[in-house]
Write a protein that binds this ligand. Sequence first.
Ligand code: SAM
Length: 220
Amino acid sequence: MSEVKAVPISDGVFKIDGRYHTLNLVPGRSVYGEDLLQLDDVEYRHWDPNRSKLGAFLVKEGGLPFKYDSEVLYLGAGDGTTVSHLSDILTDGKIYAVEVAKNPYRNLLQLSKRRKNIFPIMADARRTQDYRDLINEVDIVYQDIAQRDQVEIFIKNLDFLKLDNHGLIAVKSRSMEVSTPPKKIYQKVMKKLEDRNYQVMMQVDISRWQKDHAVLVVEK
Ligand SMILES: C[S@@+](CC[C@H](N)C(=O)[O-])C[C@H]1O[C@@H](n2cnc3c(N)ncnc32)[C@H](O)[C@@H]1O
């Protein structure tokens, strides 16, 4: 029988038995019902690509650009499903987690009590002036907001990104135009970003796990 091993992939991310995991910062606790796995006295959390667009990006690309000490602006944090995995990774970093809706924000707030690298901010990501004074310049901007104006929201928030760094946007094509094929929408998004002088480095189709979604990576 072959021995099960945790293979390091990128900072804080491990592949075990063909599936991606993060090291559980709060051992014994599962955040969204994900599997916990004990290996050599260390607890890992399965990162489910069907529940997290960033998790799907990880499976597709085989790695992530986040470092142990990255500072991240996360827009559309929801209940904190994906934020919790970033919290596992960024042991010396910070996540500024912006969420506009009351119910998910309440869960995010609870999560941040156990995970000290999460800084929840209740705000509309269109109104950057409401949180400008609360956050530093960041190493990565990640957005998962299914709104018609999702690209405009992203561009506004790229102001917080340090120069020569990366922003990732999970684009939900159906939120922008229901009848246009997703590929056409992604092209339009790319054009909007390039018109603002953001270079699109990658376009990653994650529709196998997240219907009508792609993740675009831009450089500032
Ligand atoms: C797809 S869900 C987020 C899931 C989460 N990113 C995850 O992977 O765990 C999108 C979230 O964006 C939030 N949202 C929508 N419009 C927003 C806005 N203008 N500003 C901030 N959050 C917004 C919604 O309330 C919702 O919780």
